[in-house]
Design a protein around this ligand. Structure first.
Ligand SMILES: [Zn+2]
Length: 169
């Protein structure tokens, strides 16, 4: 399995912003414990699952230190209609202001988030938190389910149910 683990993704976030630094990298979802628990990762689909990200430090855009994070991920989940595995593509973009107090000027701005100044901020943990919030609660196939799909009133395919139960162990 391709597994580009970043063991060292800890940044001094203020310095990172002030120096306009950037990290662009990727890692395997299985390396994030909390996220991996909520996904339907198997030996077969894990190599196809991915998290790509770019984090950029800046001081100019908001005239104060800020971080900009882009995440492009492909994560395996269980379709809640047919109980088959499926992938969701989640692309996210965040602007964070670095401040130890909530930035007043941006209080009412939903587009801008806020992070505490932290000399040892774990970028992977931030990405994990954002993906956990963004994961759909009840994902379903967009273009209709496979042959196992249920008609209204039909019971779930017992083999599909069994399969998803096995995965929980
Ligand atoms: Zn489905």
């Amino acid at each position: 399995m391709r597994n580009t683990l970043i063991n060292n993704c800890i940044i001094n976030n203020l310095e990172f912003a002030q120096k306009h630094q950037q990290i662009a990298d990727n890692f395997a979802p299985i390396s994030l414990d909390r996220l991996a628990q909520t996904l339907a990762l198997t030996a077969e689909n894990a190599p196809l699952a991915s998290i790509n990200f770019t984090i950029t430090g800046d001081t100019k855009r908001f005239r104060q230190p800020s971080l900009h994070l882009r995440i492009n991920s492909r994560l395996p989940v269980i379709c809640q209609r047919c109980l088959e595995e499926m992938f969701v593509d989640i692309a996210l973009k965040f602007d964070y202001l670095l401040s130890n107090s909530q930035a007043e000027n941006y209080e009412d701005n939903d587009e801008i988030d806020w992070l505490e100044i932290n000399a040892e901020m774990d970028v992977r943990e931030l990405i994990e938190d954002e993906l956990l919030l963004a994961l759909p609660i009840a994902p379903v196939h967009e273009a209709g389910c496979s042959k196992h799909s249920m008609q209204s009133g039909e019971k779930p395919n017992p083999f599909a149910v069994l399969k998803s139960l096995k995965r929980l162990k």
